[in-house]
Design a protein around this ligand. Structure first.
Ligand code: NAD
Length: 245
């Protein structure tokens, strides 16, 4: 692993616009389970229940599941992997963090240029009148929260399966195609279209670094593959990059 970390650090130190794509694996050390890892949510929950049609037809059940799976039970803090990416941005190495995560932990760690392609669970809005809410203000009790202005159904500002990704994905695709190093961290790269972003980057000549515990769908495309925990590998890489810059 050490050789790969050295190689990744050298590539990042020489980058003029590195981009990171993060997934659920970067937040497991903060106590949030991933979907497809050994303790993943899919081992106990049917993925179809995160489909937009299930939400519309069964909003009460869907909200109860969202409370159980996505709403933190206690205080959730960013970990050393989030902090290392924020440090790489401050150092002028990372142009952007594209995240599939909905937990807001990159911003909490200090990253500024964050593209959330699957939304953010901390925000909700009324599907009828658009009034915005903080999700944490809505989660006491059971069933679907209703809008305090018009009584409409409130939904979390996340992308359900079956929904388009829209403008944030376009922005993510654009910056991926302009990157010279593309770092995928804590993602199985099994979810489309997010897993097209490393492909766009590679096509544009970018070097692909994958840091993940367990295999990913794009391991065969990686220039550098680091098998291991993000919260161990990334702080080490950030330290080396800052020394090399
Ligand atoms: P995924 O569950 O498909 O893959 C996560 C990968 O990270 C797995 O291969 C797992 O083995 C690996 N992993 C787990 N802990 C790790 C660690 N400490 N260091 C390095 N790797 C680790 O997740 P995905 O690819 O992000 O796709 C699932 C979808 O569900 C995405 O949209 C994701 O954002 C969403 N989701 C988000 C959260 C969150 O916001 N924190 C949590 C669960 C799922």
């Amino acid at each position: 692993m050490e050789d790969q970390i050295q190689l990744a650090s050298r590539a990042l130190a020489g980058a003029s616009c590195a981009v990171a794509l993060t997934g659920a694996g970067i937040s497991t050390a903060s106590g949030i389970p991933d979907f497809r890892g050994p303790q993943g949510v899919w081992r106990r929950v049917d993925p179809e229940k995160f489909n937009i049609s299930y939400f519309i037809e069964n909003p009460d059940e869907a909200w109860d599941l969202i409370r159980e799976v996505f709403i933190p039970k206690g205080e959730v803090k960013p970990n050393k992997a989030h902090a290392a990416l924020a440090e790489l941005e401050r150092a002028g190495v990372l142009c952007s963090v594209i995240t599939q995560n909905i937990d807001g932990l990159h911003q909490a760690a200090g990253s500024k240029n964050v593209i959330e392609i699957h939304g953010n669970i901390l925000r909700s809005y009324c599907m009828s009148c658009g009034t915005k809410f903080k999700t944490l203000d809505l989660i006491s009790g059971r069933g679907a929260p209703r809008c305090s202005s018009c009584g409409g159904l409130v939904r979390p500002d996340i992308v359900f399966f079956g929904e388009p990704l829209g403008e944030p994905f376009e922005a993510a695709a654009g910056i991926s195609s302009r990157s010279d190093v593309f770092l995928a961290v804590g993602t199985s790269l099994a979810v489309s279209p997010a897993n097209l972003l490393p492909v766009y980057a590679k096509r544009a000549g970018s070097k692909l670094i994958i840091i993940n515990q367990g295999s990913t769908e794009l391991d065969h495309m990686a220039d550098i593959r680091i098998e291991g925990r993000a919260e161990e590998a990334l702080p080490r890489i950030a330290e080396l990059v800052l020394r090399l810059r």
